[in-house]
Design a protein around this ligand. Sequence first.
Ligand code: CTP
Length: 402
Amino acid sequence: MSSVSGKRIVLGVSGGISAYKAIEVCRRLVDAGAHVVPIMTDSAQKFVGANTFSALASEPVHASLFDDWQGPIPHTRLGQEADLIVVCPATARVIGSYAAGISDDLLTNTLIATRAPVVVCPAMHTEMWEHPAVEANMATLAARGVHIVAPEEGRLAGGDIGKGRLAAPSTVVASVQEVLDPHTVDMRGLSVMVTAGGTRESLDPVRFIGNRSTGKQGYAFAEVAARAGADVELITTVDRPDPSGVRVTRVVTAAQMHEACLASADSVDIVVMAAAVADFRPTGASEVKIKKGDGVPTIELERTVDILADLGSRKRRGQQLVGFAAETNDLIANGERKLAKKNADFIVANDVSAPNTGFAHDTNAVTILAPGGVRASLALASKFEIARAVLRTVVAARTPSE
Ligand code: CTP
């Protein structure tokens, strides 16, 4: 049975040329057994007729805050009763109002009056999609756990070509199904080791060489894997609250992380190396504070062990290694090189120079690489969603005997 069957889904349609595709989304959701409640904005009704949605959905269109056919205060009822709200298409205005908490019509009121999961499907011209205000609003929504169905590249209104075209109705419906399915990753019976944070390599008792990693993505992996039923060990350099149900080992340096990884690596099914491990450390840290009076010091560096490559060289049958590639250029080529060199099964490549991705952000956008090429490209989403999608890909690639 489909995960949408019997669910009450509010379909919010805002004003864009792609509103006609929402008709197909509506039909598919109804066919899959959902009770579809349509809300249209005024401008949506300039693109498609309310009668079309009223005829295809499970009840007539709701369009007004003040004279709804079902009585007063429609937004609280619609928001409270929904199992999920999908906004398709979502215009820059609706996205902006929702991100700012401004309730200026029935749709935005309903969005703010709900605790149900929300799926937003943006559609707009490329210039608008790439505007910093829209990018910031999308990042806000993603960080709050709103699910985003990224727009595609293609023909836009007026004949322009570019990014911003509403995702295909089948993609929108698949996203809705995924959000409503609580068992999208089942990791029961699997053991997972996750590393998180950036290592610190001492120069002297008060100084170290470090990096900008905050551990957010690694912690999201540990939390999602534990929630999915896996036995999880987290090896971390950062002092965030322990995710529930996860064994936590704290380390500081690359050498300590290596040692902790070796202690568990043989017994685990999946390794996720999300940590930013130092590639170099000072040769022989000073035991006393380096004093400036002694002149400008020359710091000699030596290589650390590449933990992922070491685990790759001793990987046992059936074990899956997931590495990361933090890149600022040539994302795919560099990721593929790391995949082969480190004998990993997956490389999660992210462009750390892109807006709202990588270090310290609550959101990320990644490309999952596996031998044979790109496995998936995940648009900007919360780090939890990224973790869930990566783990789903990893678990799906396991053969039944593993
Ligand atoms: N990694 C590791 N041990 C190291 C360095 C990196 O295990 N000493 C792991 C990271 O945890 C990550 C992957 O290797 O999963 C790639 O890390 P990245 O820093 O992007 O790559 P590098 O191997 O350092 O390569 P480069 O310097 O060419 O970017």
